[in-house]
Design a protein around this ligand. Structure first.
Ligand SMILES: Cc1cc2nc3c(=O)[nH]c(=O)nc-3n(C[C@H](O)[C@H](O)[C@H](O)COP(=O)(O)OP(=O)(O)OC[C@H]3O[C@@H](n4cnc5c(N)ncnc54)[C@H](O)[C@@H]3O)c2cc1C
Length: 390
């Protein structure tokens, strides 16, 4: 029996395992993928994520594999580009590098890794007491632990098997993309082109290679079935508005896709288990906060587990984690919904772009709120968002 078993070795699972192992806790990570593995992601690390990587002691290793980012260039269809500079350092880093560094750090700190698929949770007397996992030999085996951390991403099996998943709100979009070369000059700015319910994001990983994500509603995706590459290129060219197109771009490696981009949970803590990272709820990736939330969620969850192992009552410690996560996430969800109006309604997006161009302080506060530098309501409340869009 382990002290802690973690389902999933992405940023949330590896960061939690790293912190717990460093504190002397016996941690097992169960991860189904063989690393290095791709993860569908824009690969932008906001200021909050960079600060969390520094606290975890892995920032130097990440910097060696990453490129610095200066800010976001936001182009809402029909509006002039708005440049939003970052006030905190931000990075572009391929996920196979980032996730490998975090997992290696957790293993170096003493966590163990089992390459297997989590297929079920074990519940004994109303308490989650472990996971059932299937390894390469095909056998389903129980793994008991004092605490289970569900860090298995959006669509989390742990959340579903514990009965914590909420029904779909039906708003989920689909993301398709990959790494590309041939986009011409890239100057350290993340470029976002948005309009008509879709967006196209370009993140410069280095002078030649860019991460490209095109995010569209399901209906549009269905129309691309005959030629997905042509559909992606056409959508990007339309959104790119003459500034960017796929005309000279070549895909490097696999095309990746995922959807619907939606995962909601009712609660993030039950007796014996916590959900962290995307498993605890997924935000539309337009706002680029996912890795930040995964890392800070891991920090809060590890603190709650260490409090319990130090003698605190579990319900109090896990309840405090759940309150923090659920309140913070709800505020971020509201802000993200407001921001997604920029994607849904081009006239609003144009108005916001013009206002942001005149009021750089509003843009700076929005970026700070999304990066986690300041809690969202203080940095950028709904009233301020109203002023931007009204
Ligand atoms: C299109 C798109 C663009 C995005 N762009 C950005 C961005 O630019 N910046 C940003 O910060 N965030 C972005 N995100 C969000 C970000 O990718 C996630 O928030 C982040 O990966 C969450 O980390 P995690 O550890 O919770 O989950 P994941 O990174 O999903 O890791 C979960 C791990 O669990 C493993 N796993 C899953 N199921 C099982 C199982 N049954 N058994 C064993 N292992 C399992 C998986 O293999 C995986 O390794 C984007 C997301 C999408 C979809």
């Amino acid at each position: 029996m382990n002290d802690v078993i973690v389902a999933g070795g992405g940023p949330a699972g590896s960061a939690a395992a790293l912190l717990l192992a460093r504190a002397g806790v016996d941690v097992r990570i169960v991860e189904r993928a063989r690393f290095p593995r791709r993860k569908v992601c824009g690969e932008y690390l906001n200021g909050g994520a960079v600060a969390a990587l520094a606290r975890l002691g892995v920032l130097d290793a990440v910097r060696k594999r990453a490129a610095p980012l200066q800010g976001v260039r936001l182009v809402a269809s029909g509006a002039p580009p708005v440049v939003l500079p970052f006030s905190e350092p931000a990075l572009a880093c391929a996920r196979e590098d980032l996730d490998g560094i975090l997992l290696d750090a957790a293993l170096a700190a003493g966590a163990t890794l089992e390459r297997a698929r989590v297929e079920d949770v074990i519940v004994t007397g109303g308490r989650c007491t472990g996971l059932a996992v299937r390894g390469d030999d095909g056998a389903l085996v129980p793994r008991a632990a004092r605490v289970v951390l569900g860090a298995d991403g959006a669509g989390s099996l742990v959340a579903r098997k514990l009965g914590l998943t909420r029904g779909s709100a039906g708003r989920g979009r689909y993301a398709i993309g990959g790494h590309y070369t041939g986009f011409g000059t890239m100057d350290g700015y993340v470029e976002m082109y948005a309009g008509g319910g879709a967006y196209f994001a370009l993140n410069p990983l280095n002078a030649e290679r860019a991460n490209v994500m095109v995010v569209v509603p399901r209906t549009r995706l269905a129309r691309w079935a005959a030629d997905v590459d042509a559909g992606v290129g056409g959508a990007a060219a339309a959104l790119g508005d003459g500034v960017r197109s796929f005309a000279a771009a070549t895909r490097l490696g696999q095309r990746v896709s995922i959807g619907p981009l939606e995962h909601r949970v009712r609660r993030t803590a039950v007796d014996g288990a916590l959900l962290i990272g995307d498993a605890a709820g997924f935000l539309d990736p337009f706002t680029g906060q996912g890795v930040f939330l995964a890392l800070t969620g891991a920090e809060h969850a590890a603190a709650a587990v260490l409090a319990v192992f130090g003698g605190a009552p579990e319900r109090a410690a896990f309840g405090a984690y759940a309150r923090w996560r659920e309140v913070d996430f709800e505020r971020r969800t509201r802000l993200a919904r407001g921001v997604s109006l920029l994607i849904e309604a081009p006239p609003l997006a144009r108005r916001a772009a013009l206002r942001l161009a005149r009021r750089p302080d509003l843009g700076a506060r929005l970026i700070d709120a999304l990066a986690g530098a300041v809690p969202p309501p203080r940095a950028f409340g709904i009233a301020l968002l109203g002023r931007l869009l009204a």
